[in-house]
Design a protein around this ligand. Sequence first.
Ligand code: A3P
Length: 280
Amino acid sequence: QVSVLHKFRGILFSTVSSEELLNALDSFDVREDDVFLVSYPKSGTHWIAEIIENIPNARITLTSPIELGDISKLEELKMYSKRRVIPTHLSYDLLPVKVKQKKCKIIYIVRNPKDTAVSLFHYYRDNPNLPCVETWAAFLELFLKGEVVYGSWFDHVLSWEEHRNDKNILIIFYEELKKDFSKSLKKIATFLGINVNDSEINKIAWKTSFSEMKNNSVKENSDLNHTICALTSDRKLVFRKGVVGDWINYFTSKQKRVFDELFTEKMKHSELARVLEEIS
Ligand code: A3P
């Protein structure tokens, strides 16, 4: 099999993210009103992106991920005149330094890591841009070692958690969005400085429901300009089950124990981990 991943600063990336582009990210022309939509893969990025796009009067353009493609990406992103919402799966340290200096708004979405692992396992199986994996057990081992695309879930979340109290960062939980859509949506809208009323919220909830998004993805053709995740432009690969707690159908009790031990050790000082444990 041709290698579909490469390592950049110790982290696995898809070869569609060129080394040259990753190296050049710090020279990206960041605008103060840019919004970054950040997540570890399979945390609900497409969902949040769809929500933001459906907020009336948001006056934004959703771009493709900053790390997708070659160096021409940085030029391409200059062409948008509206406020840009830029998705990415980068960890905090790899984000362009000017995003931090200019204090751009950042929405970080986080999801229960067991469900994230199961979702990523299916992505590995279905997505031709990712390596083959034989079994769930083999995949889980790679996931726990951080030998998967975008590296360790733990390190990714911890890199962002360090900045959870920064005023320009909003953290949204997938499980919370499932449980109380309206509350999370209001948080997002307020953060972006937009008002939404109840009838708008209901409309957005309907348009961004799992079934609606899944049905639409079947009708859509792959569109490189409408790519949220650098790992695919084929939206049919994204909408699998869309539920909380599917991990229970995959983890053996031994796998759960090993996972929980690592979770406890890695996340012992993590406040996000406490929240995740509460809501999922
Ligand atoms: P599952 O594989 O568990 O179904 P990302 O967008 O970051 O790639 O995350 C994809 C995950 O989010 C998938 O999880 C997908 O089904 C789920 N998802 C996408 N849209 C959703 C929606 N509208 N409601 C709930 N879950 C959604």
